[in-house]
Design a protein. Structure first.
Length: 216
């Protein structure tokens, strides 16, 4: 088990946070493993329990530590995008930042095209087609988000899927993108290409579908 070094820093809460991160990594702790109690940490680090609690709260915000009844503090599976997700849901990113996020989203989905095509099954395709209803108005972006979230999930990368949920907040209606009415492949046509076409054909039609976002 790794040792907890005594802190010698004026930013004690930062020191608690950094020391615990190193301790978890050096000790090979994984989700569910128990951490020392606050009082023990305070004694071993030579700081007050208040400082320890502040450092721990930062790791709880990251989703790396959680408190459980009868077990105390345990290591948790961290959510690498927790903080960014809250900012995205609150719509706190500027229009320029959302444009950059949309660029990332397009790149990620096109990059996942190989895996989506490889992992497709009749069952997954049937589920995807249920989300292939086109938007009823230029303001309606919910069907677009729902369809691409489902499509991305077929790729099978859980972490990329979590990041994709954040990037989905960058979607804009066609009206918000300047009223563009460029004719692009529909969701149904994407499904057809995924089911019947080659990987390159699927990627090409997906790229054409994203053309308004690329122009935006």
């Amino acid at each position: 088990m790794a040792e907890l070094a005594e802190l010698h820093t004026t930013t004690l809460a930062d020191g608690v946070e950094e020391t615990l991160l190193r301790y978890i990594g050096d000790s090979g702790l994984t989700a569910g493993d128990v951490l020392p109690k606050e009082a023990e940490l305070a004694e071993r680090l030579s700081v007050s329990r208040h400082i320890v609690r502040e450092g721990i709260s930062r790791l709880k915000t990251l989703g790396l530590i959680e408190s459980r009844k009868r077990r105390g503090m345990t290591v948790a599976r961290p959510n690498a995008f927790a903080g960014v997700s809250k900012l995205a849901e609150a719509r706190l990113f500027s229009d320029g930042e959302r444009r950059e996020m949309m660029g990332l989203r397009v790149v990620m989905e096109l990059g996942m095209a190989e895996f989506i095509h490889r992992r497709r099954t009749p069952e997954l395709l049937a589920g995807l087609r249920r989300y292939a209803d086109d938007a009823k108005s230029y303001r309606d972006i919910a069907p677009e988000i729902a369809f691409h979230t489902r499509l991305f999930a077929i790729g099978g990368n859980a972490m990329a899927g979590e990041f994709q949920k954040i990037l989905a907040t960058a979607f804009q209606s066609r009206e918000e993108r300047g009223g563009s009415r460029l004719k692009t492949p529909s969701h149904r046509e994407i499904c057809d290409a995924l089911e019947q076409g080659s990987e390159e054909e699927f990627r090409k039609i997906l790229r054409a579908h994203f053309e308004p976002y690329i122009n935006w």
